[in-house]
Design a binder for this molecule. Structure first.
Ligand code: NAD
Length: 421
């Protein structure tokens, strides 16, 4: 195991554009169409004051970016964090456009974020910041224009505050303005698990493709939040052995398998997976390099790079996180015969059940969890098959195939709608 990967020069938007260009080239997309698709349609920056519990006022910076809305309203999560940048939000918005297209749901792509340190804020401060941010971006969001959802460091409670704020301004409840809400105010059954469940569905397909049994497979997971923590539980229930998990503080390893429920309890009690009994501590980056069959990056962008890709041991890399693998690392992994299930496919279960939530809110008619899981599985499997078929046809990696499929769908919609005026 080696030193931590630095990401000093890493720019997610440059990476997203680079991935786009590769697919556009392979598709033979016209330069006019490339020019339309490589830039976000709309970028909103807001600076807004919030009163802290101390009585002092802090001015926060927030973003909302809509990349493309030709296939439907913009859709994408809201991220809180001390490293949020406009370029990161632009990249994530572009990936959302491709993600919705690859699974064939009628949304365009968006993303939002607020530069803040949520771990150092009280719940009351987070609520005031959320309500003011929701107000600031209310000029571009709405149930038919742009629908936010949770992402890193935001959760159903944050979505509830956003929905309530937007509804207060309108004078009546508008649940369909955000997804990932608590069930009691129009959330959907199955939304909490959806991202991880989608990762499981496509990993099953990928394992079948290479003839690898899931039962007994060793799994390593970076990040133990909504995506990673729930993936640990679902893969464990599937008969996999969770050998390593990590969070911002470090990683833990046990060759004979960790019990995800006990790890979660430990994290809830202590704030970290570190210090979990019956496990060896490792450094954060080691979780990517431990001996395992399936690696699930479920934290942040740019963690698998040219500097560490050769040390990745997993046969399948299922990208629960957005943008965890750089294009240089992609090349190395493809040459070394690792199967990477790209983010826009692997983690699309979240936005798919968000789409179900939005549909249920609009029709005020709610479905049971079995129906949701069944519909999600159909969509994920269909998307995986379409991507795999294209990868076989072009003898390319799944990421390029997924991007080609998605970009061709968005380009077709853009072409057929025509240029206004
Ligand atoms: P979360 O806030 O619930 O959890 C994030 C986890 O990652 C935490 O355990 C945190 O400690 C860990 N983490 C953060 N920075 C890290 C770092 N530098 N190294 C190691 N661990 C780190 O967030 P989430 O919703 O689980 O999102 C995780 C990833 O999955 C993000 O890339 C997000 O965009 C993507 N994703 C989430 C959803 C969803 O529905 N929540 C859907 C699609 C994609």
């Amino acid at each position: 195991m080696h030193n931590e990967v630095t990401s000093a020069t890493f720019n997610p938007y440059h990476m997203a554009v680079q991935q786009f260009e590769l697919a556009a080239e392979k598709l033979g997309l016209s330069e006019d169409m490339r020019e339309i698709l490589r830039k976000p349609k709309r970028e909103l920056i807001v600076n807004f004051p919030v009163r802290l519990d101390s009585g002092r006022i802090h001015t926060f910076t927030g973003y909302r970016v809509q990349h493309n809305v030709n296939r439907g309203p913009a859709k994408g999560g809201i991220r809180y964090g001390p490293d949020v940048t406009l370029d990161e939000v632009k990249a994530l918005a572009m990936w959302m456009t491709w993600k919705c297209a690859v699974v064939g749901i009628p949304f365009g792509g968006a993303k939002g974020g607020v530069l803040c340190d949520p771990k150092k804020m009280t719940s009351a401060e987070l609520e005031r910041m959320t309500r003011r941010y929701a107000t600031e971006i209310s000029i571009v969001i709405g149930p038919h224009s742009d629908i936010p959802a949770p992402d890193v460091n935001t959760n159903p409670q944050v979505m509830a505050w956003m929905m309530d704020t937007f509804s207060m301004h309108e004078g009546f409840s508008i649940p369909a303005v955000v997804t990932g809400k608590p069930l009691s105010i129009g959330g959907s059954e199955g939304r909490n698990d959806a991202t991880a469940r989608g990762v499981l569905f496509v990993t099953r397909q990928a394992a079948k493709r290479i003839g690898m049994p899931l039962r007994g497979a060793r799994v390593s997971i970076q990040g133990y939040g909504n995506a990673g923590g729930i993936a640990a539980r679902l893969f464990h229930n599937e008969g996999c052995r969770i050998v390593a998990v990590s969070d911002t503080r470090g990683a833990i390893y046990n060759e004979s398998g960790l019990d995800p429920a006990s790890v979660l309890r430990h994290k809830q009690e202590t704030g970290t997976v570190m210090g979990f009994p019956r496990a060896h501590p490792l450094r954060v980056s080691d979780v990517l390099e431990v001996p395992c069959d399936i690696l699930i990056p479920a934290a942040v962008e740019g963690v698998i790079t040219a500097a560490n890709a050769e040390r990745v041991q997993a046969r399948i890399i299922a990208e629960a996180a957005n943008g965890p693998t750089t294009p240089e690392a992609d090349k190395i992994l493809f040459e070394r015969d690792h199967l990477v299930i790209p983010d826009i496919l692997a983690n699309a279960g979240g936005v798919t059940v968000s789409y179900f939530e939005w549909v249920q809110d609009l029709q005020s008619f709610f479905w049971g969890v079995e129906e949701i899981t069944r519909k999600l599985e159909v969509i994920m499997n269909r998307a995986f098959d379409a991507v795999a078929e294209l990868a076989d046809k072009y003898h390319c990696e799944l990421r390029l195939a997924a991007n080609m499929l998605a970009i061709s769908r968005v380009a077709e919609a853009t072409q057929i709608r025509g240029i206004y005026p």
